[in-house]
Design a protein around this ligand. Structure first.
Ligand SMILES: Cc1cc2nc3c(=O)[nH]c(=O)nc-3n(C[C@H](O)[C@H](O)[C@H](O)COP(=O)(O)O)c2cc1C
Length: 208
């Protein structure tokens, strides 16, 4: 079993977090844990009309964001049998990004990500903000240099998604690729483009 910890912070993109948690919870090789920041509740309500319980219901272990004594706050929790543990912050707000870049972590989600970095484990930050200020960009560079994967939520169109779900699933696949988790959520291949239905919105396919 691989420990995968998903942190959900208060940025736009809750439908992506829901899809990702759904996919991970269906994978027998994944031991799924989840931390939901306090700030995510308002965004979840606005974007999905849900409470945090509907999000965390996918996970085997749920850790309260204010419990700084919980397992993920310690490097030893992350070690054990199975493949390397990884943390995915989906979506990652600029507030959480800034806390991580400064090292001044204030809740369990941030502390766990800080620990993943210091333990040289995979940390994927699916950032969501636009446009980006110089501060946001510097924070991203700082974290990239510290070993995190910075993955702005920027969906691709080259598989010609016909629905929001298809678009989200393609991006979920790209996140899982970064964590080294096998999936069948689609990836670019020229023959896929040739057989894909024509997009109702574009006359030309873009390039991967
Ligand atoms: C509806 C809504 C959408 C938001 N979208 C974003 C966003 O896309 N990116 C972002 O950085 N903050 C966004 N915020 C602001 C964060 O939720 C806020 O800064 C929060 O304090 C972040 O805390 P957290 O990182 O601990 O969850 C949004 C807030 C609301 C209410």
């Amino acid at each position: 079993m691989r420990k995968i910890l998903v942190g959900v912070s208060g940025a736009s993109g809750m439908p992506l977090a829901l899809r990702l948690l759904g996919h991970l919870s269906a994978m027998p090789e994944v031991e799924l844990s989840c931390i939901v920041s306090e700030g995510s509740a308002a965004v979840l309500a606005a974007e999905c009309g849900m409470g945090p319980g509907e999000l965390t219901g996918h996970a085997r272990h749920v850790y309260p964001a204010d419990d700084l004594g919980a397992g993920p706050a310690s490097g030893s929790w992350w070690r054990g049998e199975g493949g390397p543990a990884a943390m995915l912050v989906v979506p990652c707000s600029m507030g959480t990004l800034g806390a991580l870049a400064s090292g001044a972590t204030r809740n369990l989600l941030q502390r766990a990500a800080d620990v993943a970095l210091k333990e040289s484990l995979r940390l994927v930050l699916v950032t969501r903000e636009s446009p980006l200020s110089a501060i946001h960009l510097r924070n991203m560079l700082c974290l990239r240099e510290a070993g995190a994967v910075i993955m702005p939520f920027s969906p691709g169109f080259y598989l010609r998604p016909q629905s929001l779900t298809a678009m989200l699933d393609h991006f979920c696949g790209r996140i899982l690729d970064q964590a080294g988790i096998a999936h069948n959520l689609g990836r670019w291949a020229p023959e896929n483009a040739a057989s894909a239905p024509p997009s109702p919105h574009t006359s030309q396919g873009d390039q991967p």
